[in-house]
Design a protein around this ligand. Sequence first.
Ligand code: HEM
Length: 512
Amino acid sequence: MEVEQLNQVLLDRLPVLISVALFTITAYAVSSLWNGKSTIPLLGAGSGNTAQRRKEYMTGAAKLYQKGYDTFRHQVYRMTTLNGDRLIVPPEALEELRNMPDDVVNNSIGLSLEVESKYTGLVTDSGFAAHMVRSDLTRNLNRINPGLAAEAEQTVEEVLGPCDDWTSQVAFTQLLRIVAIVSGRIFLGPELCRREEYIYASTNYTVHLFQAVKKLKSWHASLRPIAQYFIPELRTVFEHRRKARAFLAPIIQERKEAMKNGSDLPDDMLQWMMNKAEVNGVSDERLAQLQLDLSLAAIHTTTMAVTDLLCDVVIRPDLVDELRAEIKQVLDGHDGVATTHALYEMKLLDSVMRESQRWNPISQARFPRYMTKPVTLKDGTQIPSGIFIETPLGPVNNDPKLYPEPDVFDPYRFHDLRNATKPDPINYKTREQYQFVTVTKENMAFGYGKHACPGRFFAANEIKLIMIHILLRYNLRMPDGATERYSRFAHGATEAPNPTNEIEFKRVQPTS
Ligand code: HEM
């Protein structure tokens, strides 16, 4: 950008920049005041200033969370993160915090900081979407499962292709397309989920938004008001929203006509949302935006889970055989149909999914919440208002008291716990709490408390259906005879599979 152009941009935005600067200075002053006065211990207090601690967090957050867990196991402490200083509360404190109302422990402000809503414009008050997922999607999983199963079968085959010989494919890219189409079947119906406009938006919106968030977070919070103008992905995010509105406007109009005329209505999330839109004051524009929000919540997360799962499975050929045997045996007992009950019976698959999630957290922390009122915990710790809290996830997943031999990837860990052939170190009321979808303070991959992910039941079924079709149709192997698992990326607390990793696929020859 030329200097003159830059000056013009800055001049045009001067009033906004001044307001943002004033807000940032005030927020910083309040936060410094509180940090200066706080009696709550600060992790790494003796090892450098805030900037140095932030830098350490950027490259070694997992180690810091582990250190915090080892040092302050049952205590609240402070840690410098990419979002400034946060209070890290021990998981047991969530029993007190999780049921507090949103105007005390706020979910959406915490989340909006995670995704930099101030700059990305992402609406994090997910009340309506969460309600729709809970009431219309999860409750109807049995009814929608045949459509989901058919879509998974067709899409896996189409995207991965014939693979008559060993064919190398970029796992994340292919799975992203598969997950987008399969999820889209339920979000927008069988026709729209295959339209390139939808696939492009749902896969790239997520990618661009996360790229923008990552770029924003690499700047200090006080500089982000300026940095936003130098991040092209942010403008692309706004363009996605405009295109989504343009794409869905005629479809919403058509469906409104059908609702008026009493015609048959589609059975998908867009329609379920439209049925409840007026009562909930949701505009057509917001309906379009909600589809993107839903893609963001569902597609990226599910794709990362399946990619990590494939990376864990591909280096264990024996496990592939054992999973196939289970899938075939369960399907045989259900006339070859992958009903929701059949999916429930695939307990080894469920166990491997959960073990993969334990090994591969997508964040080292969970329960990002903003305290809008002060709270005193049972142990006397005072949590002031105006503060962000979170709880560690990685160290909980690696705690040997909860998960014996945590460094071992044990595909049967949760299978054996569910079948009660292994002692239960946590002593849950029921062994069913070792399912993939069960949220406890020892298993927070899907969050915790009343805002825990409502889409996890759908995600579990979708992942199982995709895995069934991959495993039954294709043999898998690492390229170049590699036997080591692919490593993952980390940036601050966020972790992800490397999106360029390749896996080789070859069609399973039918046995005569
Ligand atoms: C493996 C896949 C997924 C993972 C790992 C995941 C993870 C999460 C996490 C960690 C949260 C925040 C919970 C908290 O802060 O306590 C969340 C919230 C949410 N997720 Fe998921 N999710 C997945 C799939 C899905 C799917 C498929 C959908 C929709 C069909 C979905 C819809 C939502 C919604 C609407 C919320 C907001 C809930 C609220 O604010 O009350 N997620 N998810």
